[in-house]
Design a protein around this ligand. Sequence first.
Ligand code: MSP
Length: 581
Amino acid sequence: MLWLPARCLLRPPRRPLPAPPRRGSSGPGRRWLLSTPIFYVNGPPHIGHLYSALLADALHRHRALLGPGPGRLATGTDEHGLKIQQAAAAAGTAPSELCAHVSGLFRDLFSQAAVSFTDFIRTTEPRHRRAVQCFWAALQGRGLLYKDFYEGWYCTPDECFLTEAQITERPDAQGRPCKVSLESGHQVHWTKEENYMFKLSEFQEPLRKWLQGNRHVISPEPFYQVVLRWLEEDLPDLSVSRERSRLQWGIPVPGDSTQTIYVWVDALVNYLTVAGYPDAHHAWWPAAHHVVGKDILKFHAIYWPALLMAVGLDPPEQIYVHSHWTVCGQKMSKSLGNVVDPVACFKQYTVDGFRYFLLRQGVPERDCDYYEEKVIKLVNSELADALGGLLNRCTAPSINPSGIYPHFSESCFRKGSEHMDVEASCRALAEDYELVASVDRLPFQVTDYCEHFQIYKALESVVACVRQTNGFFQRHAPWKLCRDNPAEKCWLDTVLHVTLECLRIYGILLQPVIPATADKLLSRLSIKPEERAFTDLTFLPRYHGKPCPFEGRKLGPDMGALFPRLETARRRQMEIKGLRP
Ligand code: MSP
């Protein structure tokens, strides 16, 4: 028996192509109706809003990669309520004008950010007004509404009533004591009026049962626990209308012109409106998957499922919860003047650069901090240097003068034990087999992470593979191999082939996060649009004894850098002025 160096013994496990994800609702062939929250139009969009939309977009794009199951992504604007009425009054404009203007800003931002929404709903649209009024009639028809005098603290910025235990006292800007919400810090006012009440208390037990029977319905898990704890406390009935004399900017209660429907009931029903309620929602409901920020969890995980149960509909299939972005360690707020404009970020970091940053650094379980240097460091190191540098190195004309997808040679990179008798020609090392195993596994990992709403982890695993591939390339230094020597040429082509194959897999998997950059990468590798789905993720087919359709193909013509290196605004300014930073 031949002596074999230990480095040759590590072999990649062979697995069939990724199976559909585990949880039934989102696999190929199943419907999904993903949604972002709908955004208040009292101010322009900021990076927190963009983050909510990008998370939903990345999930939507990832699922589309898995197969042609019908999927939709809905977003839009939440335009009624006291908050908007007051913002319009303060701006000296009609609410409808303010709404049209700010809603347009959100729509434009999401288009620019490549958010692949299939519906953009405005709650001022007639289709929505009809849905809300039908929904109200269904609640009333089931005897779940009653009129009562209600008094309590109301927080207009959060559009919600709060109990005594949910408020505290703090000095305002002038040092006067004022009552604020414990959770958001926003000011509250004492309100007393006659309202319609929804019998929420009747749903405490059904809600508990629903959650206990669906342990994965709210993720990440800590938020599921939070909701269970809320349900251990008292669940009082919910005021679901406001006096019209106080709130005119909203949908009137059907048959009672003195009342306006509570903005949160109005807003939540948007998810049904986009599904086609009241006539055509059965094709889509309850395949609803909501992405929401932690501040609006109670509305989505308690009020909304209870309202749905009340009208005889199932609760949503999935609620994905994310935390918030702070800026240089501080909460983003108009009063602090630190609200970050996403359009300015696109200018500074490019759309894909900023998408990448938010999705790679955003951890749903905890708040994350934004500052310029952090974006630049991350994007330069992972997109410009690690990924872009790798593409640049392995496609450089000096190393690949014919500009084609090079051939793979099995004798240089033997599979399994076959290399025992041809040891001399097999150039692959143990680390190279580890690379093959890692990239083979990668699509499974990425899918699993995305299904668990851990997009940041999916990206982390891609980056780890990119670094491993750089190591492979560096280790074999193909620039030192001589093309005129047939044995060296075989190995040189194999090294390039393996590297391009790795890049092809990364390009396909990165499409949901950096669609333009992934397109550029795949086009450079000459991968056609119809070859970029999950079923095309068979890595290194030649190594596995299958034909490779890409071998011998002319590479794409764009030889420019995949991703430009970014610089800080200060450094750019100094360069413009001709000063050395
Ligand atoms: N209109 C309601 C949602 C109704 S959904 C039926 C609303 N709008 S919002 O404009 O205030 O917030 C929309 C989303 O942006 C929420 O998911 C919220 O968590 C998110 N964000 C607002 N500020 C944020 C950060 N600083 N960071 C991350 N997301 C943040 O609530």
